[in-house]
Write a protein that binds this ligand. Sequence first.
Ligand code: XMP
Length: 482
Amino acid sequence: MDFEKALSFDDVMMVPSNTDLKRDDIDTSNKITDNIELEVPILSSPMDKVTGSEMGIAMAREGALGVIHRNLGVKRQIEMVKKVKRSENWIIREPYTVTPDIKARKAKKIMDEKDISGLPVLEKGNLIGIVTKRDLRFETELGKTVREVMTSDLITAEPDTDIVEAKSILNENKIEKLPLVDEENRLQGLITVRDIEKKKQHPEATLDENGQLMVAAAVGPDEFDRIESLVEAGVDMIVVDTAHGNSKDVIDATEEIKGSFDVDLMAGNIATREGARSLIEAGADSLRVGIGPGSICTTRIVSGIGVPQITAIMNVCEAAKDKNVSVIADGGIRYSGDAAKALACGADAIMLGNMLAGTEEAPGRVVFRGGRKYKEYRGMASISALEKREKNRYGQDFESREEYVPEGVEGLVPYKGTVSEVLHQIVGGIKSSMGHLGAETIEEMRDAEIYEISEGGKHESHPHNVEITEDTPNYHWKGERY
Ligand code: XMP
């Protein structure tokens, strides 16, 4: 039997090269499909303790992309996608609306639930007013009908109003909301000061052609109802989320989804050239690479299956070269340097679970231990995640806890602040790497000279012969191997 050597992040190091690059010249943007370009080439993993709507919003605002997990019913997943799509769009094309004869209390409830401050009022499809939270400040107003409390003296604009015109109308009239109506006074959209302000705060945000944040969502290979609903809800990419992407059901699903829907598609997970070829042939736009490298994975230990991640990335990239398909390095990334190594080895973007699970926006509960703050994090094949799943990624549907054969663990990760703070450090590390390599773009990182390093080299790379007394935001001593 021939054994091929396989390497992972700790086994390799990139060699610095001569450069006159300035940090400002460095561009981390990269395309992951023909329609999706990320300023920050990072995706959040579709795991139930990593990506819900808050993570989706935070990632897209930073120029990255969230993939909403699928360990929940279709309805809730759709709500999450819609929440991301609606959270930041300078024109809301289909705003929530109310009719004039409902009670003001009900309108307030809708505004509270959807976290919005006003609702256009429609009668027989025509715009007749706007009701805002300000109209409903006093309890006495809540028993009245919307018609009695709404503002009916409206300033409106045409449907194709651009952002400059909109700003000047909002300013001149000192109003917060500008409904867009056609010649028949039918509502065609809504522009709000709040959304214009948000747009300014996040100049690198990942936006679709309507100015809405982009978001992806995970599905199982046999979940066609879920896929159809997600596409209808405006999801930007479907991620066929399985533990073994080089399998008939995933290959067939990839072909069928691309044949039936006009949507970008990522499929996986794979770790070989053969897996890449099958999914590329089936029509995938993006390949998700990683069998067993994840921080919460036990697949390699339980089954003896997997490919160390640097080798997996390089093999998949070799098969994907010049095929107009992107490669996403998923799992095992603990430091910004690992992210840089993945990109230099050919990945177009990286996917993170652990590094984001401790952030404010991750859905896990906050837990205190020994005076320190942590958040829950678990593998999607851990027992508790498998139990929650109606139909899981790992093909196990049992009645009792004892029957599951888990391939993941659950635990805690240190609380890390906001997604913005964490991404700042990771992108900072990637830029630092690009600076050392003299690479102005991600594409140029591929020219990096890479060494396999010795055990001694690994030890030398980490801080040594010192008791660290101050936490640093981008290096954690505790819980690591060295
Ligand atoms: P990190 O290292 O970022 O990895 O925490 C996240 C990735 O791990 C995968 N994943 C699993 N793999 N058992 C596995 O073998 C699991 O329970 C499990 N849950 C998640 C997944 O690819 C994720 O993006």
